[in-house]
Design a protein around this ligand. Structure first.
Ligand code: SUD
Ligand code: ADP
Length: 273
């Protein structure tokens, strides 16, 4: 078998997620600062026929079914490939697992991003894989200048959360966007100061469906995070720590107190040329 390509599928993080409206078809208008982590899934593609094998710590949460986003991505590209997905990220967790995997398959196949939002609202931004302001349903993408290094800890309480259920639980669908023009972020202090004035509008509705999310946020705060927030439609939460050593120490302390949670420390994915 000829190996075509091994491609990282970095975890996506919504540092902010403002829900600014809803269209008549039920989809929501978003304004979000999206970044990517150094951790993630990995896809490996070899010559076809089309197939999927899932390995890794979260393989059992995900059958290699026909509607798996890796297979849908290969069909979208019109390519017969055998895909191995190393599933390192929890499933249905607000960090773009399926969309990140689909984007990695498409990148490996050299597919253009045009039309890829039909696979999922998050697929175009995951194809870019760079810090981005994402608007519309996810199709309006404005790349951001390089961000300062961030020291993140990601925490998931171990249960999946349905994205449509969280959007449905939103009490108010028209909320203020981020400022028209984003400031410069010369260092982490500037970025964190800006983020404090922003929101994830899906956080409260997600907590109403899964109260453990509030426990995750409290654990990150107690471990010394400078800012905590939920990503996407949850349930994964992140904390921003002053340096890598304090992020690792927080990861260790939270893991000791909550052995059943998924916890990872990560920096931002390096900018790609
Ligand atoms: C909420 C976000 C924020 O980045 O992240 P996740 O929680 O999925 O990681 C994304 O917009 C999710 O993107 P993705 O997971 O690709 O969404 P899709 O499969 O297209 O849609 C799943 C469901 O989410 C809702 N949805 C999604 C995107 C959007 N702009 N408005 C919506 O209302 C719809 O109910 C839709 O049926
Ligand atoms: N490769 C994939 N990885 C994760 N989930 C997938 C994948 N393909 C299909 N799905 C389906 O998509 C749903 C949303 O999962 P995921 O994309 O991880 O959520 P989120 O975008 O909230 O992180 C899951 O319930 C799962 O059934």
């Amino acid at each position: 078998m000829t190996q075509i390509r091994r491609e990282a599928a970095p975890a996506k993080l919504n540092l902010t997620l403002h829900v600014t409206g809803r269209r008549s078809d039920g989809y929501h208008l978003l304004d979000s600062l999206v970044v990517f982590c150094q951790i993630g899934d990995v896809v490996t593609l070899t010559d076809g026929p089309l197939s999927l094998t899932v390995t890794g710590p979260f393989a059992t949460g995900l059958a290699a079914e026909a509607d798996n986003l890796c297979l849908r991505a290969a069909r979208f590209a019109g390519r017969e490939v055998a895909i191995t997905l190393e599933k390192n990220l929890p499933v249905a967790s607000g960090i773009g697992g399926g969309s990140a995997d689909a984007a990695a398959v498409l990148r490996a196949l050299g597919t253009s991003p045009a039309g890829t939002q039909s696979l999922g609202a998050d697929v175009p931004v995951c194809m870019a894989g760079l810090p981005t302001r994402m608007r519309g349903l996810g199709e309006i993408l404005d790349p951001l200048p390089a961000l300062p290094p961030l020291h993140l800890v990601l925490v998931n309480p171990g249960r999946g959360l349905s994205t449509p259920a969280v959007f449905n639980a939103l009490p108010r669908r028209e909320n203020p966007p981020m400022p028209d023009t984003l400031p410069d972020f010369p260092d982490a202090d500037a970025l964190i100061g800006f983020l404090r004035d922003c929101r994830n509008d899906l956080e409260a509705p997600a907590i109403s469906l899964m109260p453990e999310i509030a426990t995750c946020l409290a654990a990150l705060n107690d471990a010394g995070a400078r800012l905590t927030r939920m990503s996407g439609s949850g349930a994964t939460c992140f904390g921003l720590f002053p340096d890598a050593a304090r992020a690792q120490a927080a990861r260790t302390a939270i893991a000791r107190a909550h052995p059943s949670w998924w916890i990872a420390a990560s920096g931002l994915a390096p900018a790609k040329g």
